[in-house]
Design a binder for this molecule. Structure first.
Ligand code: ZN
Ligand code: ZN
Length: 390
């Protein structure tokens, strides 16, 4: 039986409230359709040629916008596969051990066959107390979804969903098509907007729709272009909103770890930490390969909200192969395309035999974390040396 009580009622109310931004966008989109297609194109345009061209182009953009928005909202975020979950015996052992080196030893043993290269700021294995699993690289716990999300970018209130490995491409296309949609409306509505102010439009209700349509399209174009530009930069560098190497939170990026809603904790916004230290470009493979990580190898899918990202979301190629001899030169996901994020394949075996050595070598761990603490800027700040992984 489902638990009931003030806690669960509050949770259910919160879940309903989270849909308000999506309902707002949907209503706005519905009104923009009425204002543009009916009031501007059909009622106000006199030239048939202009009417037809505008209506065809508008419906094309409208369809792509709705399709990518829908896919961003309703694509379930992917969670770490069962290989990352601790066994019952390991969980029991973990509960018995006090926090510290013994605790880490249990996690190191559990992680010895897993393809993970990133660590906490102190060099420890990244572990989620809440989900009781070892976090794969680029995976973060979302406090809104209350789950660990693969390659989590941020929790977006405008789509009421976590943006991560399974839907990041859809989110980018949603930004791109919504920006094109707004720019197209603003550009084709401009001459009628000018006529409104020069009393060139007949005195009907259509003229007010035309005026508000231009204001809304211009306003959203400005905010969307900055957000889209920012995400293009992230993709070109193979970074994410959460791990972009800056401590400045961005509007709309919420939910990582225990950060309160709308207030991301600064630790969530740091560069990834590898065995050899922090590297803000650790996952960057060069512009072309970075783009292909998100959009895939098949060009025909690039502009469509169809899943084509490379990899399985659990392990990622890095540019540190030369610096870390333990890393495989062709990790899982570099050349493989997974068409369906629901049926993702995780390599059951370690990527390389030597990898288990990497994770079981406690001596090198201790040294690594000590050097890390000495070498890296910002490590002297105790707020940055502890990772709150739950
Ligand atoms: Zn978690
Ligand atoms: Zn989330």
């Amino acid at each position: 039986m489902a638990p009931s009580g003030p806690g669960s009622v509050r949770r259910r109310c919160r879940r309903v409230l989270y849909w308000i931004p999506v309902v707002f966008i949907t209503l706005l989109l519905g009104w923009s359709y009425y204002a543009y297609a009916i009031q501007l194109c059909i009622v106000s345009m006199e030239d048939i040629g202009e009417q037809v061209v505008c209506l065809i182009a508008y419906h094309l953009l409208f369809a792509m916008f709705v399709w990518s928005y829908w896919k961003t909202i309703f694509t379930l975020p992917m969670n770490p596969s069962k290989e990352f979950h601790l066994s019952y015996a390991e969980k029991e052992l973990l509960e018995r051990e006090p926090r510290g080196e013994a605790h880490q030893e249990v996690l190191r043993r559990a992680a010895k066959d897993l393809p993970i290269y990133t660590r906490t700021m102190s060099g420890a294995i990244r572990y989620c107390d809440r989900c009781q699993l070892i976090k794969p690289d680029r995976c973060h716990h979302c406090s809104v979804c209350d789950k660990c999300i693969l390659k989590m970018d941020h929790h977006c209130p405008w789509v009421n969903n976590c943006v991560g490995f399974s839907n990041y491409k859809f989110f980018l296309l949603f930004l791109a098509y919504s920006l094109l949609y707004c720019l197209f409306i603003a550009a084709t509505d401009l001459q009628y907007f000018i006529k409104f102010w020069t009393n060139g439009l007949p005195d009907t209700q259509a003229k007010f729709h035309i005026m508000f349509l231009f204001f809304a399209a211009a306003m959203f174009s400005v905010s969307l272009s900055s957000l889209f530009g920012y995400h293009c930069w992230l993709v070109s560098k193979n970074k994410s909103t959460l791990a972009r190497g800056s401590l400045v939170p961005i509007l709309g990026a919420i939910g990582e770890d225990k950060a309160p809603l709308g207030k991301p904790c600064c630790e969530a916004f740091r560069s990834p930490v590898f065995r050899h230290g922090t590297d803000k470009n650790g996952f960057s493979l060069g512009f072309s390969k970075n783009m292909r990580q998100v959009f895939g190898d098949e060009e025909k899918y690039w502009l469509l909200p169809i899943f084509s990202s490379l990899g399985d979301g659990c392990s990622f190629p890095t540019c540190l192969v030369n610096q870390d001899p333990e890393q495989p030169s062709t990790p899982a996901g570099l050349n493989s395309t997974s068409k369906n994020p629901e049926n993702h394949q995780f390599p059951a075996k370690p990527l390389r035999e030597s990898q288990s050595h990497l994770l079981t070598d406690s001596q090198s761990w201790t040294e690594g974390s000590t050097n890390l603490g000495k070498d890296k800027a910002g490590m002297s700040n105790p707020a940055l040396t502890m990772e709150n992984e739950t």
